[in-house]
Design a protein around this ligand. Sequence first.
Ligand SMILES: Nc1ncnc2c1ncn2[C@@H]1O[C@H](COP(=O)(O)OP(=O)(O)OP(=O)(O)O)[C@@H](O)[C@H]1O
Length: 361
Amino acid sequence: MANGSSNKSVVLSDVRKSYGGLQVIHGIDLTIEEGDFVVFVGPSGCGKSTLLRMIAGLEEVTEGEIAIKGRDVTDLDPSERGIAMVFQSYALYPHMSVRENLAFGLKMARTAAADIERRVAQASAILKIDHLLDRRPGQLSGGQRQRVAIGRAIVREPDVFLFDEPLSNLDAELRVSMRIEIARLHRELGNTMIYVTHDQTEAMTLADQIVVLRDGRIEQSGSPRDVYEDPANIFVAGFIGSPRMNFLEAEWLGEGMIRVGNAAMRTAIDGSGLTAGEHLLLGIRPEHIAVADPGPEHITAQVEFSEYLGGTRYLYCQLEDGQSLVVEQRDGPDWQAGEKLSFAAPEERRRFFAKDGRRLR
Ligand SMILES: Nc1ncnc2c1ncn2[C@@H]1O[C@H](COP(=O)(O)OP(=O)(O)OP(=O)(O)O)[C@@H](O)[C@H]1O
């Protein structure tokens, strides 16, 4: 058996993809456990869809191997892989009713009529679209169409569901409710799901495992908490989180001390590879910064702009040397533009990066 034990659902081994002479996926190794919800996230063009489409069998793999449930599927047709894919565009047949759309793939696969009926009834009950079965796609809202598209995947009873940005055509409110629906679906069905999005809220809320991609390589793979709290490098630190992590120029002073703007603070990083005077970046998330009394360890900055959002306030600040700092305030005084404040971030919340983006620990 290609990739061993039964709790592995999808295994990618050194998967590469080139279009003509141009390599866009550069040797991806990834193991997805049975029943996990895995989200591929990354900036436009990083290769998320290409990777998903290779798992689906819609794109040829240039090099490497893909196994699903221990079976090498690299050269198999999509229909032989035990997968079902939900597309952003829904891809419904406009001239067929919802019922016919749901049944179509099964009919083509010569599934017995009674079985088709049972599966269609089951999927439409799960998705609460029973009352829409006789309508055509043109008579449905965007959210309802997406439910039908998901229903078409469910009736196939696949081992693995693949979602390619399924919510990106929906308005903001509907996205949130469909996101919750998809999470519920995963809990109810328990199947492995692989989901592509560029929306990091979707990634954070849906995933058991987030795979952060950049330029056809995995930058980090881990739980949402791992990638958020323990980013492997500056790219992941800056990509996950909104507003994004602040990165401040810092200077290593030696003996555990760094200077940031006006402040000199103690750090717990291992400075053995660093020389005094070396420049680093200090990463701190906006929600981990608090207004503090002035002191040599605290960063002084002036509020340039203050944004009130109800539950939170964002302070857009500038250090004396011109660097910017975004601070999230949950409560406390309503600081306004023009105030000069001191800020502190607890030591355990500070992250350090070398100039080349490596995480320093
Ligand atoms: N058919 C193709 N021919 C040539 N290059 C392609 C083709 N399809 C994709 N690419 C290139 O492969 C890279 C990865 O594309 P892909 O669509 O997988 O990215 P993505 O992360 O899904 O982006 P997006 O979020 O914009 O959909 C891009 O540089 C893209 O230009």
